[in-house]
Design a protein around this ligand. Structure first.
Ligand code: FES
Length: 158
């Protein structure tokens, strides 16, 4: 990992304002911020590790935990909430057998919620890997999940 993180850091000078960009690159590479990368970043930018953890805690988009292959985010902002987002969250938790912020055992899905993704008229909205799925209904959840499962996944377990 050290060679990989060094390579990412080479793209940036030592300006502390690069922190967010660097974190985005690291997360894009590993799908989360591996804790062992923090000391490299701190050294590169000449800032403390606690400053970096402060930023990571502040910005919800960064994760210190490994995430699943697909990030499923349910909008629970007011407009989506009144149109049934909580029921969509419940259904996804049940299907995935996890709670919000957790990752499925097969590491395929991580479930999160967010407050408004700016497309209220289409609510309730579920965003998967940045792709918006509007007017979501419980009856559509199965189909949505299947779309992101590997083709060879066995669907007929009961
Ligand atoms: S409340 Fe869900 S998109 Fe605005």
């Amino acid at each position: 990992m050290s060679a990989e993180i060094e390579k990412i850091l080479e793209e940036f000078d030592h300006d502390q304002r690069n922190l967010i960009h660097i974190l985005h690159h690291v997360q894009a590479r590993y799908a989360y911020i591996p804790p062992q990368t923090i000391s490299y970043i701190a050294r590169h930018l000449k800032i403390s590790e606690s400053e970096i953890y402060g930023v990571l805690t502040f910005y919800k988009g960064f994760s210190l935990e490994p995430r699943g292959k697909h990030l499923v985010t349910v909008c629970t902002g007011t407009a989506c909430h009144v149109r049934g987002a909580p029921r969509i969250v419940d259904e996804l938790e049940r299907k995935f057998d996890i709670e919000v912020t957790e990752t499925t055992k097969d590491k395929l899905f991580t479930l999160e919620t967010v407050n408004c993704v700016g497309a209220c008229a289409l609510g309730p909205i579920v965003v998967v890997d940045g792709e918006y799925h509007g007017q979501m209904k419980i009856s559509k959840v199965d189909k949505l999940i299947e779309k992101y499962k590997p083709a060879k996944e066995n669907k007929s377990k009961s």
